[in-house]
Design a protein around this ligand. Structure first.
Ligand SMILES: C[C@@]1(CC(=O)O)c2cc3[nH]c(cc4nc(cc5[nH]c(cc(n2)[C@H]1CCC(=O)O)[C@@](C)(CC(=O)O)[C@@H]5CCC(=O)O)C(CC(=O)O)=C4CCC(=O)O)c(CCC(=O)O)c3CC(=O)O
Ligand SMILES: NC(=O)C1=CN([C@@H]2O[C@H](COP(=O)(O)OP(=O)(O)OC[C@H]3O[C@@H](n4cnc5c(N)ncnc54)[C@H](O)[C@@H]3O)[C@@H](O)[C@H]2O)C=CC1
Length: 221
């Protein structure tokens, strides 16, 4: 048994890509998956590829992306904040690496070692993001763990996180006493609020929160 991992220790971050110029080289199935997540993050996406996967064609027809129907050239990378090399030719992907400046973000879909970032499997429930990575050891496992988590973090988490956000804002705005503030913030994460959200008892949940906010003691304590 191997005792220590030989894989890279990555630094996980949440990247703000809104309005950032991103270039994807290649227009196949994998490129389409990467483009979809870039667009979801609000990036401005250009695809360089002689041929486009039908889902990318649809995005292009809907003006969601720019497409240059051609093979890769070094000048395609000018001004790019983020670059994804997703062709089916390792030599072309390696050329993209060669032409990338050290300050640019680069993901090469067939070469994690030469990339300066890799993409985790991601589960979203409103503002809750769960990102799973195996550092490239087994991307299929990252996807499987994420898929398994969809059961535990079901759709109602979206409503739950929205409630927690507005309740937290209310506490931070209205409760001056630091000890009480800390107590209420801790109590917000007790299972009662999650259970009531899951059962769709929204009015009851909000009443419970208001009661606690005003009285300072949770009724169940
Ligand atoms: C290093 C990394 C670079 C990067 O792409 O960032 C990379 C590399 C490679 N993936 C390969 C294969 C597969 N990748 C997937 C799926 C995903 N791959 C993703 C990420 C990553 N893949 C990064 C590491 C992530 C990590 O480990 O933390 C996910 C999580 C995110 C995303 O792509 O958005 C997305 C799931 C999205 C979702 O559904 O949630 C599947 C399963 C499937 O498609 O159903 C398979 C087939 C099964 C298998 O091989 O495991 C191959 C071999 C290609 C070949 O055979 O030629 C390479 C190349 C290599 O290993 O060198
Ligand atoms: N990172 C990941 O999650 C995964 C990575 N892969 C890797 O991704 C590669 C791509 O896979 P697919 O998208 O399924 O392949 P694909 O064959 O569907 O797409 C390849 C695309 O690259 C384009 N292309 C080829 N030469 C080019 C050039 N010189 N300049 C610009 N574009 C060019 C083609 O026109 C095509 O659109 C695979 O070879 C594999 O190594 C595969 C599965 C998952």
């Amino acid at each position: 048994m191997c005792e220590t991992s030989t894989t890279m220790t990555y630094y996980p971050i949440m990247l703000q890509l809104k309005g950032k110029y991103c270039v994807v080289i290649g227009g196949g199935k994998v490129a389409n998956r990467k483009v979809t997540s870039l667009l979801n993050a609000g990036a401005i996406v250009t695809v360089i590829s002689p041929v486009l996967h039908e889902k990318l064609q649809e995005k292009w027809r809907n003006d969601l992306i720019t497409w240059f129907q051609k093979s890769f050239e070094a000048s395609d990378l000018e001004d790019a904040f983020c670059i994804i090399a997703a062709t089916n030719h390792p030599a072309v992907n390696a050329k993209v690496k060669e032409c990338t400046m050290s300050h640019q973000l680069l993901n090469i879909v067939d070469d994690a070692v030469s990339s300066n970032f890799i993409v985790p499997a991601t589960l979203r429930r409103g503002d809750l993001t769960i990102a799973v990575s195996t550092a490239g050891a087994n991307p299929g496992l990252a996807k499987k763990v994420k898929d398994d988590l969809t059961l535990q973090f079901d759709d109602y988490y979206e409503e739950y996180v929205a409630f927690l956000q507005s309740a937290r804002t209310e506490v931070l705005t209205n409760v001056i006493d630091e000890i009480r503030k800390k107590q209420i913030l801790e109590a917000l994460l007790l299972p009662e609020f999650l259970t009531l959200t899951k059962e769709g008892k929204i009015a009851e949940r909000d009443k419970l929160f208001q009661h606690y906010l005003q009285r300072g003691i949770a009724p169940w304590q």
